[in-house]
Ligand binder design. Structure first.
Ligand code: SF4
Length: 215
């Protein structure tokens, strides 16, 4: 059975998997996570509660069902904005192809898919096909936590603070931090005309990683 999570910050629903277990792009070398994943919000706090883990573990099996695509299409009947992977990533090519099918069959719904799977060449075709759809914004996440990104490749990056991104062209600064952590009606992450979203770091774990990396 499909299990959807509600991300109240975004005012949009999400389909998610367990962080790190399904994030091959989080590994920079054996046993070492990329900087952005060392401070991942989805590995602490609420995300460790059994009732939060259970749907993510269930979804990992569930997507392999024959009827999963049609069930997802029905599930999204009322959604106008949907986020893939509040936690986890699109670890399997089979899953990616099914998500592409869901995106194609739900033109009424705007899909935002953040991912690190662009690091693996076998995903390039399916990611390209997703990005050609008018209702889909795929954002390749930079591994940096100090605001570094490759122009034309990355669609999102984390930085230590808002000041890091001031006076940078083609960058939309996420202002959720100014609204108590809520999007407050902003839909920039879904907007195909926005090339890069810059997220000021938040959360104790991420701030600690930044302190260590920039010391
Ligand atoms: S950029 Fe806008 S839509 Fe994206 S997380 Fe920030 S406030 Fe929400």
């Amino acid at each position: 059975m499909i299990k959807i999570s509600n991300t109240s910050k975004l005012n949009a629903r999400s389909w998610s998997l367990q962080a790190l277990d399904t994030c091959p792009g989080s590994i920079s070398s054996p046993g070492v996570l990329v900087d952005a994943c060392q401070g991942c919000y989805a590995t602490t706090g609420n995300y460790n509660y059994p009732n939060v883990k259970a749907p993510r573990l269930s979804n990992r099996e569930d997507w392999q069902r024959m009827d999963w695509v049609s069930d997802m299409v029905c599930e999204l009947d009322q959604d106008r904005y949907f986020r893939w992977f509040d936690s986890g990533d699109m670890y399997s090519l089979g899953l990616a192809e099914k998500i592409l099918e869901v995106m194609r069959l739900t033109p009424w719904c705007n899909h935002w898919l953040p991912t690190r799977m662009h690091k693996f060449p076998k995903f390039s075709l399916v990611l390209r096909e997703m990005q050609t759809l008018d209702n889909v914004m795929v954002r390749f996440s930079s591994d940096s936590i100090v605001g570094e990104y490759i122009e034309g490749l990355h669609g999102s990056v984390i930085g230590p603070d808002a000041e890091t991104f001031q006076a940078r062209d083609n960058v939309k600064l996420c202002e959720a931090y100014a609204h108590g952590g809520n999007c407050n009606g902003c839909r920039a992450c879904w907007d195909k005309s926005v090339q890069l979203i810059a997220y000021p770091a938040h959360g104790r774990k991420m701030m600690k990683v930044i302190r260590i990396k920039t010391a």
